[in-house]
Design a protein around this ligand. Structure first.
Ligand code: IPE
Ligand code: IPE
Ligand code: MG
Length: 248
C-alpha cells in the first residue's frame, strides 16, 4: 500500500488540489466500542487525527480546511459525553495553539458559540485572537453548528436588511444570501469527506455543498490520517466537475 509521501507525489502529478476540503469527523464512539473503551477515549484519539489532517492539508497546499467537530444536535447527547467533548476542545486548544500559530494556521470557529461556557469559551476566543494573523491554512472548526439554524439566521438577516432598506429583495441572489451565512467570505468546499461509512450530511453546510464532490471513507475518525486524506484527494482529482453543464 502506498504511503502518504507517495500519494502526495501522485497528487502533484495529477494537478490541482481542492482549494477547500471539509470533513465530517465521525466514528469516534464506534472506534472506542470496538476496543471496549468509553466513548470519550474515542474522542481523545480523534484529536490525533485532527493534527494529522491539518499537517497533511498544509503539506498538500490546501487553502481552507473545515472540520465538523460538534453539531447543534450533539448537545442532546448525555451530559457526561458533552462535558468530555468540551473539555477535550479546551485541551486541544491549550496543546496545539502555539504549534498551529507557528505553522501559519488561522483558526476560526463557526456555530452557536454563545452556548459554550467557561474555559472552553475562553480557549476558543484565545486561539482565534492568537492565530488571526496567520495565512498559510485557514482552519474552520464547526462547533455547536447546524446548517438549518445557520440558514434561518440568514433569512432573518435578509428580512431585517430589506426592512431597513439596505437590501432590495429583487436583487437577492446566491451571493447576497451567502453573505449572510456564517461562512461569508469562505469559498464553498470542493471536497466533502465523511468518515465511518455513514452516507449522510447530518446538517452540515447544506447551502455551501450544492456542487461539492462527496467522498465517504469507511475509516473511523481516530484511524483517519494523512494517507486517508490524500486518498480522498486523489479520488477527487479523477472526477469531472460539470456544474450542470456539458463536459467539453
Ligand atoms: C464523532 O464521533 C464525534 C462527534 C459527533 C462529536 P461520534 O461520537 O459520532 O462516533 P460514533 O458515530 O458514535 O461512532
Ligand atoms: C455528525 O456526526 C456531527 C459531527 C461529526 C460533529 P453525528 O454522529 O452527530 O451524526 P449522526 O447522528 O450519525 O447523523
Ligand atoms: Mg457519529
Amino acid at each position: 500500500m502506498a504511503d502518504a509521501a507517495e500519494l502526495l507525489s501522485q497528487m502533484r502529478v495529477h494537478g490541482a488540489v481542492p482549494r477547500h476540503v471539509a470533513i465530517i469527523m465521525d466514528g469516534n464512539g464506534r472506534w472506542a466500542r470496538e476496543r471496549m473503551l468509553p466513548r470519550p477515549v474515542g474522542h481523545r484519539n480523534g484529536m490525533k487525527s485532527v493534527r494529522a489532517v491539518v499537517e497533511g492539508a498544509i503539506e498538500a497546499g490546501i487553502e481552507v480546511l473545515s472540520l465538523f467537530a460538534f453539531s447543534k444536535e450533539n448537545w442532546q447527547r448525555p451530559a457526561i459525553e458533552v462535558a468530555a467533548l468540551m473539555s477535550l476542545l479546551e485541551e486541544y486548544i491549550q496543546r496545539e495553539a502555539d504549534e498551529l500559530e507557528s505553522q501559519g494556521v488561522q483558526v476560526r470557529f463557526l456555530g452557536e458559540l454563545d452556548r459554550l461556557q467557561g474555559p472552553a469559551a475562553q480557549a476558543v476566543e484565545r486561539i482565534v485572537a492568537q492565530t488571526a494573523h496567520c495565512s498559510r491554512l485557514k482552519l474552520n472548526l464547526f462547533v455547536s453548528y447546524g446548517s438549518r439554524a445557520e440558514m434561518l439566521g440568514a433569512v432573518r438577516r435578509v428580512v431585517q436588511d430589506v426592512q431597513s432598506g439596505t437590501l432590495n429583495l429583487a436583487t437577492l441572489d446566491d451571493a447576497a444570501f451567502g453573505d449572510r451565512l456564517l461562512t461569508t467570505g469562505i469559498p464553498d468546499p470542493d471536497l466533502l469527506i465523511r468518515t465511518s461509512g455513514e452516507q449522510r450530511i447530518s446538517n452540515f453546510l447544506l447551502w455551501q455543498i450544492a456542487y461539492t464532490e462527496l467522498f465517504i471513507s469507511p475509516v473511523l475518525w481516530p484511524d483517519f490520517g494523512r494517507r486517508e486524506l490524500y486518498e480522498a484527494i486523489l479520488d477527487y482529482q479523477k472526477r469531472d466537475r460539470r456544474f450542470g453543464r456539458v463536459a467539453v
